[in-house]
Design a protein around this ligand. Sequence first.
Ligand SMILES: [Zn+2]
Length: 316
Amino acid sequence: MPKKSSSESLVFAIDLGGTHLRVALVDVTGRIVQQLKQETPKGDSANCVVAALVHAADAWHTFKPQVIATSIMVPGAVDSNKAVVLGAPNLPSLIDFPLKAELERQLGWPVFLENDANAAAVGEMWRGAARGCRDVVSVTLGTGVGGGVILDGKLWRGSHGSGGEIGHTTVDPFSGLKCKCGNVGCLELFASATAIVRMTRETMSSFPETSLKSDDLTAEKVYDAGLQGDALALAVFKRMGMYLGIGLANLINLIDPQIIVITGGVVNGWDLFVGEMHRQIEERAFRTTAQQVKIAKAECGDNAGLLGAARLALQD
Ligand SMILES: [Zn+2]
């Protein structure tokens, strides 16, 4: 029998990334009471992941009477109703694994599962840049590009669980660039950290004076070079801003949100891409809508997903 939520209740929230596993105890006001980060257990077996989660929960045994649910976010496609991971390139062992049944058996709390970008959108609406808003889109610019859509205060998962996949909307069908989803010219190919690195390498030969080197290139290095006025870095971020602006203009005309929250590591480059992004939106989206929609940087940082996961469990 699930425990009823009270002001003392806590959610055991889990950010199950391909590289890092982060767990937290979140209270009903969105305060993180305890937090831990470790490497995601490697290995073929999902049982290693389950064991790590049970171990983390055991470390906080004094809080156990207050915990009412486990809520997990994963970077991949999930069936939230059945709490099953359908696809996660960085966590293949979890696909179709009975995560819910296994964790409920070992921890005793009901288990919720959500896609990471969806959870981040909910987190930003609860405690971040979209507080007080009902129609929210969040766009995560990380290794890939994720999206979460909240309509009238409710997370929109779509009819088949794949709603809000902004990163796989087409922004350049003639680019010849194939995305891992199978489509050509997805936003993810131009606005992710991976894309920044690729576009920098592609255009390097046209900028012989650049300080950037092809080896060990990261989006962060391109951003740092941009701050120093490196012409190659500035051109890459401008191009990224152009495609992001095209994607967001499509979104604005489709959804007419109150706010678009931009999150993920690439947000660090904000000053270098935001000008071109706004230019594209002004040119392409309905004028009155574009003038009213707020586009803001996320405020919860790395914790948006953990908070969103906790919120989704508390709402249920
Ligand atoms: Zn794609």
